[in-house]
Design a protein around this ligand. Structure first.
Ligand SMILES: Nc1ncnc2c1ncn2[C@@H]1O[C@H](COP(=O)(O)OP(=O)(O)O)[C@@H](O)[C@H]1O
Ligand SMILES: [Mg+2]
Length: 659
């Protein structure tokens, strides 16, 4: 059954993909753009979509004399078998026939927007008539389950209950309920009325489909502003999203003051549309469990948002399976007290139920989890027992959700996509050399990746003619090292007359240029360094030294010892490090092993005001970046790097390009 649904859903997506592209192309063409690609792709997809039934029918037509009798025979045998076994089991014939026909009928039903519920009776959750008809000025609401009396249980977020906490033990159905909530709201409110910020801190797969995927043709949710797949090592990123939301809250408050209104409702009445925002953070406890500095920041930001963001139309829904783990975290109790809305799914104990709801409220511990049936408690009064509403939770089947999203995508066709997708585990792809030398750019700009924050803007720095303007890069990870090496080289072609590369391990890592006119000089030691220093004033040179900690020939000379004649390579290297930046030349040195580098090359450090570190422990990262220890927890995960400018006293995390 599921396979048939999945195939039909795929087929439906193919048609929508065709229509989307065609519409997109046509609207582009009308606007005078070159829209041939989407038109051809769209028309192609539609042709394939329409050809499929024809082909199947043709094949079937030929095979029909064989297939039809087999199908009929199977049906007869199946039905007889079921009736006989029902009779043996003591069922009466009438019920048995009724059940069997219902089963057969179900085979032919597909793609209905009802969430299948075991019991009591099926209710429609995504009624086509309701699609994008609701107005969010006052509040947002959606049915999320069915109460014992058969009425819907409705989640309402507005002035009275601006935020909610969802908790329940593992497999109690939290992720499913989040899908029910997101789809329920997205069905009632158009993307102009409501936007989502979806962050998942556990393995990060649950919300992926909302981000869409061009390759596999998944559309994503047009309401989604952010879909983030994060993990423990992405807590700094989570903070930047909270900071972005805080800025949005301040922006909105200013807007309200200027318009002389109190809140979003007043603003919408007077000025028109301003979308509400729902921020969903699944497994949010991770944000409270990665070190004191992060926890303190998260606490401060969340407290501020929970207290003041509701009236600006920003709502927060926090979900977790381990509230217990947060019991001891300082400041969390105050955060929890600010959340009026509580949704409790099955809890493991009476204490756990009390922690989600309120002391004395054990309702969540009494919820049953029977087979595929899940219940929850909805409470809009800080968990007070008198406000409990028990409800049965519908099941948001993945194929129903996919169909629903495809439908949304069809409705939103032609509108610009506004979803940012963050995937903590995947670093951005290195662009082509041509991209780096794009005409708009200042040639001294070095682009290395993306900033690690909500905007994910390009991360870059500029070469300056200041003493000490050389770059030291330390970390053990081939992929990141190669990405940085190429980003530096690709950014260098316009600014420098030559790139000179030396690897102390005597291996030449390709810098990745396919253009033969770009000369990368391999630097083969002794004699060469003298030439390079001799040309210092006339040739702008980027000197890349790889594996500096292994470069015996570069072992720093004794600054107080007598100078050798002719000067030793190390002395020449010091001269270059010291004088090059004033003439527009610079050194980039790579090292994999911080400890060895510190032992061997400490005397060079003063020539490197620019530092980059990755895959380093807290101590090494702190020492390299010149900051207190503890600032760069989690830098050892190879999902980010830190840039530090000692002169400007500026540190910044970024996501380096990788090949
Ligand atoms: N309302 C529901 N009706 C039927 N099955 C459900 C329901 N909610 C969850 N399930 C099933 O229970 C399992 C666990 O659900 P999930 O939402 O992943 O739990 P959690 O996020 O709390 O660990 C899944 O296999 C899901 O299919
Ligand atoms: Mg889950």
């Amino acid at each position: 059954m599921n396979i048939i649904r999945a195939i039909l859903s795929l087929y439906w997506q193919l048609i929508m993909f065709g229509i989307n592209n065609l519409m997109h192309g046509l609207s582009g063409a009308l606007a005078g753009q070159n829209a041939i690609v989407p038109i051809v792709v769209g028309a192609g997809a539609l042709m394939i979509a329409f050809a499929i039934p024809g082909a199947i029918l043709g094949l079937l037509g030929q095979a029909l004399p064989v297939i039809l009798p087999i199908v009929i025979l199977c049906l007869i045998v199946g039905i007889t078998w079921k009736l006989i076994s029902d009779q043996r089991g003591g069922k009466d014939l009438k019920t048995s026939i009724k059940e069997t026909t219902a089963k057969i009928w179900k085979l032919f039903q597909f793609s209905q927007w009802k969430l299948p519920l075991g019991q009591p009776k099926e209710k429609v959750f995504w009624d086509p008539q309701d699609l994008w008809t609701a107005v969010s000025a006052k509040e947002i609401s959606a049915p999320i389950g069915i109460q014992d009396d058969g009425n819907y249980a409705v989640l309402v977020l507005g002035d009275e209950v601006p935020h909610a906490l969802l908790a329940g033990r593992s497999r109690s159905g939290k992720s499913n309920l989040l899908h029910v909530i997101i789809h329920g709201l997205a069905h009632r409110y158009s993307p102009d009325e409501l936007e989502f910020y979806l962050m998942d801190y556990k393995d990060g797969v649950e919300f992926n489909s909302y981000g869409g995927n061009k390759v596999s043709g998944i559309h994503g949710l047009p309401h989604a502003r952010l879909v983030a797949a994060a993990s423990e090592s992405d807590t700094e990123y989570g903070i930047t999203v909270l900071e972005h939301l805080q800025q949005e809250m301040l922006r909105r408050n200013k807007l309200f003051t200027n318009s002389g209104v109190k809140n979003i409702e007043g603003y919408c009445q007077q000025r028109g549309l301003l979308p509400r925002i729902l921020v969903v953070i699944d497994e949010f406890q991770v944000l409270f469990q990665t070190g004191e500095m992060i926890t303190a920041r998260v606490n401060a930001l969340l407290s501020d948002l929970l207290s003041k963001a509701g009236s600006t139309g920003i709502h927060i829904l926090l979900a977790t399976q381990s509230l217990r783990a947060l019991l001891g975290v300082s400041g969390f109790a105050a955060v929890r007290a600010k959340i009026m809305g509580r949704i409790a799914l099955a809890a493991s104990s009476r204490e756990d139920s009390e922690f989600i709801l309120e002391s004395g409220n054990h309702a969540a511990a009494e919820l049953k989890v029977e087979g595929k049936t899940r219940f929850g408690i909805l409470n809009s009064d800080n968990g007070q027992p008198t406000a409990n509403i028990q409800f049965l939770i519908p099941f948001a089947a993945p194929e129903d959700c996919a169909g629903h999203q495809a439908y949304f995508a069809g409705q939103a066709a032609g509108k610009p996509k506004k979803t940012k997708v963050f995937s903590g585990a995947r670093l951005p792809q290195l662009p082509t050399p041509a991209w780096f030398t794009g005409t708009q750019r200042d040639t001294s700009q070095v682009i290395l990746g993306e900033e690690l924050n909500f905007e994910s803007a390009m991360f870059s720095f500029e070469w300056k003619r200041d003493t000490g303007n050389n770059l030291l890069i330390v970390g053990y990870d081939e992929v990141i090292r190669n990405g940085l090496l190429r980003s530096l080289a690709f950014s260098a072609t316009k600014h420098f007359t030559r790139i000179v590369y030396f690897n102390a391990n005597r291996s030449f890592t390709s810098l990745g240029f396919s253009d033969p006119s770009i000369v990368v000089k391999r630097f083969d030691w002794d004699g060469d360094i003298a030439d390079i220093v001799a040309d210092l004033k006339t040739k702008k040179t980027l000197l890349i030294v790889d594996s500096l900690e292994n470069a015996k020939v570069f072992s720093p000379p004794n600054p107080y010892g007598p100078k050798s004649t002719p000067p030793s390579p190390a002395e020449l290297f010091v001269q270059f490090l010291e004088e090059a930046p004033q003439h527009g030349s610079h050194v980039v040195a790579f090292a994999a092993n911080w400890k060895r580098l510190e032992n061997q090359c400490r005397d060079y450090f003063r020539f490197f005001d620019l530092r980059i570190g990755f895959n380093l422990d807290e101590m090494c990262a702190g020492a390299l970046a010149g900051t207190p220890t503890g600032m760069f927890k989690g830098l050892n995960n190879s999902t980010k790097a830190v840039f530090s400018d000692l002169q400007g006293n500026e540190q910044m995390l970024f996501r380096p390009f990788v090949v």
